[in-house]
Structure formats: structure tokens, C-alpha cells
Design a protein around this ligand. Structure first.
Ligand code: ZN
Length: 83
């Protein structure tokens, strides 16, 4: 059996906010990660390079942070982020 380990590209950002539920000042780390693999392709069907994956991880992270900041919640109010 062969195990193939795809390289994982990860990015994270620490956000400070006032929880929209309990009103407490909190901070939370938003993470985004993607693996480089043969199925991770761009719109043209070409396998993404490390630079491409890094770029999309950063874009996704930015999107998630934007969504989070619209209605931030701490981990005691809401443990999981659905996006
Ligand atoms: Zn809270």
C-alpha cells in the first residue's frame, strides 16, 4: 500500500471582536487550508501550482474573515463556523 501525502497550504488570522451574542470582548483564530492535489484545479482544468493554492487559500481566508466580522461570535456562543 502506498500512502500519498499531499502538501497542505494553511493560512490563519487572529481576529479581535466583540461577540454579537454575549457582548464580550474576544479573539478567535480563523483558519483556512487546502491541499495541493491532482483534483485541485483552476477554471481551465489545470492543476493548481503551489502559488495558485496559496493565493486561493488567502482569498478564502479573507472571505471568511469578512463574513465573520459582519456577525462575530465567540467559541462559547458558537463553537463551529459554518463557512
Ligand atoms: Zn459570545
Amino acid at each position: 500500500m502506498t500512502t500519498i501525502n499531499f502538501e497542505q497550504i494553511e493560512a490563519k488570522k487572529t481576529l479581535k471582536f466583540v461577540c454579537s451574542d454575549c457582548g464580550k470582548k474576544k479573539q478567535r483564530i480563523i483558519k483556512e487550508s487546502q491541499t495541493m492535489n491532482p483534483y485541485n484545479k483552476n477554471e481551465k482544468g489545470i492543476i493548481k501550482t503551489k502559488e495558485d493554492v496559496t493565493k486561493s487559500v488567502e482569498d478564502e481566508l479573507f472571505e471568511r474573515c469578512m463574513k465573520f466580522e459582519k456577525e462575530p461570535f465567540c467559541s462559547s456562543c458558537k463553537l463551529y463556523i459554518e463557512y
